[in-house]
Write a protein that binds this ligand. Structure first.
Ligand code: C2E
Ligand code: CA
Ligand code: CA
Length: 401
């Protein structure tokens, strides 16, 4: 077999094989080497895979579904909480309906599944797989991560800007807020989502630069919108990284930025994610207190996903929690997810904390959120993230603005 060496990028492709059977892992690994892939890691179940995915970037993950320990399905749920997820291929002898089910699970979590391998494995299958990975936008450029200069230039030129996803009350579906989600209008690659560039931005310590770029753009968009419509206190949420949140300068630099931009802090909610990475819980506490006293609202993001548990509710007096979409999407048909949701919402309500459910993409889930007493919903059912210039038209279509 001729090795397929027409690699699209300078970086070697790194593949993670997840399978509980040594023999299968070994066979797949050998076949991959034959097609020219040398950087291969192996994991024996989902837990092992997650550990590896947290430690390093992969260009592809080939995963079995049926494994003792953490199986492939549970692994998908946990993957949804990671910043960067490689394209996924299922390698399983499961029946077609089960395989289709796995595709649906992945779709719920917005995970990039690019195909499946059937046993016995053929070289033809592997070649097709390789081509599918190579065709993915940005794999050659984004593979080793974008360079610092590319990112700084993009920030400077205003190529990285916020798109907005609506948040509404679940009863009347009245839009009460928008989450600002970073998008990169890349001159060659088109519009890129955060998973393509956020890890590189963080690696170069540019998360603060990203935040203030987004913040300024939000203030400008808001000013433009309010000149053309009545926004009735529409709020905007902006994401912060854990590292940023541990900076003692955060409250004063934010207050200064809000003042300079003429943006009332009460209109801004700061979403804090990855609290397991909060190295300094004292500093985080101090920041929550000072930001709230300055009038900002603070929200604990991605609750229920990975390690972002409700335990931080005791430590950090936040205004809101956001329940991650891995728990919300499909919850109406999942008794376990429902139970976790119920207790989480209860816990928040007992503390007078508002609850936002993220990833509501089906009517049945919306009805469940309404029943559970969730304060706000966000998800594809209501609207996908959209560029600033269509926000007012969106609001008007809904009889608002
Ligand atoms: P997040 O804060 O949890 O944001 C929600 C993500 O879920 C968004 O992905 C959104 O498009 C997606 N989503 C919302 N509803 C649905 C749904 O019904 N179905 C599906 N399949 N997906 C839904 P996005 O925009 O790709 O952002 C991914 C993550 O990147 C965000 O997750 C956030 O952690 C991070 N991020 C985005 N913008 C920024 C930023 O400006 N700064 C920082 N530090 N992080 C950001
Ligand atoms: Ca968020
Ligand atoms: Ca989330």
């Amino acid at each position: 077999m001729e090795p397929i060496i027409s690699k699209p990028g300078p970086a070697p492709m790194r593949v993670l094989i997840v399978d509980d059977h040594d023999v299968q892992r070994c066979a797949l690994s050998q076949a991959l080497r034959q097609v020219g892939i040398d950087h291969i890691d192996e994991a024996c179940d989902g837990v092992d895979a997650l550990e590896r995915l947290k430690r390093r970037r992969y260009d592809l993950m080939i995963s079995d579904l049926n494994m003792p320990g953490m199986d492939g399905i549970l692994l998908l749920r946990h993957l949804a909480g990671l910043q960067a997820v490689p394209p996924i291929v299922f390698n399983s002898s499961m029946s077609k309906d089960m395989l289709m089910g796995a595709y649906r699970v992945a779709a719920f979590h917005n995970l990039p599944v690019i195909g499946s391998l059937n046993t016995p494995l053929s070289m033809e299958q592997l070649c097709r797989l390789w081509q599918a990975v190579a065709r993915r936008p940005g794999w050659n450029e984004a593979s080793p991560g974008f360079g610092r200069q590319d990112l700084e230039r993009a920030l400077r030129r205003g190529e990285i800007l916020p798109w907005y996803q609506p948040q509404a009350d679940p009863r009347l579906l009245r839009v009460m807020g928008m989450e600002a989600l970073a998008r990169w209008r890349h001159p060659e690659l088109g519009v890129l989502e955060p998973s393509a560039f956020l890890p590189s931005l963080e690696r170069y310590g540019l998360d603060e630069a990203l935040f203030f770029t987004i913040f300024h753009a939000v203030a400008e968009d808001y000013r433009r919108w309010s000149e053309q419509a009545t926004l009735s206190g529409l709020r905007v949420s902006i994401n912060l990284t854990a590292k940023q949140f541990c900076s003692p300068e955060l409250p004063s630099s934010l207050a200064a930025a809000a003042e300079e931009q003429g943006m009332a802090p009460a209109l801004i909610t700061l979403e804090l994610t990855e609290t397991q990475r909060l190295k300094n819980i004292y500093q985080a506490l101090e920041n929550v207190m000072r930001l709230r006293m300055a009038g900002f609202r603070v929200s604990l993001d991605d609750v229920g996903c990975g390690y972002n548990g409700v335990q931080h509710l005791r430590e950090l007096p936040v205004n809101t929690i956001k329940i991650d979409r891995s728990l919300v999407a499909g919850a109406a048909g999942d008794s376990v997810a429902r139970e976790i949701l119920e207790s989480t919402v209860q816990l928040a309500q007992d503390r007078n904390i508002q609850v936002v459910a993220e990833g509501v993409s089906e009517e049945a889930d919306l009805q469940l959120m309404l029943k559970l007493g969730v304060d706000y919903v966000q998800g594809y059912l209501l609207g996908k993230p959209m560029p600033a210039d269509v926000v007012l038209a969106y609001l008007r279509r809904r009889g608002q603005g």
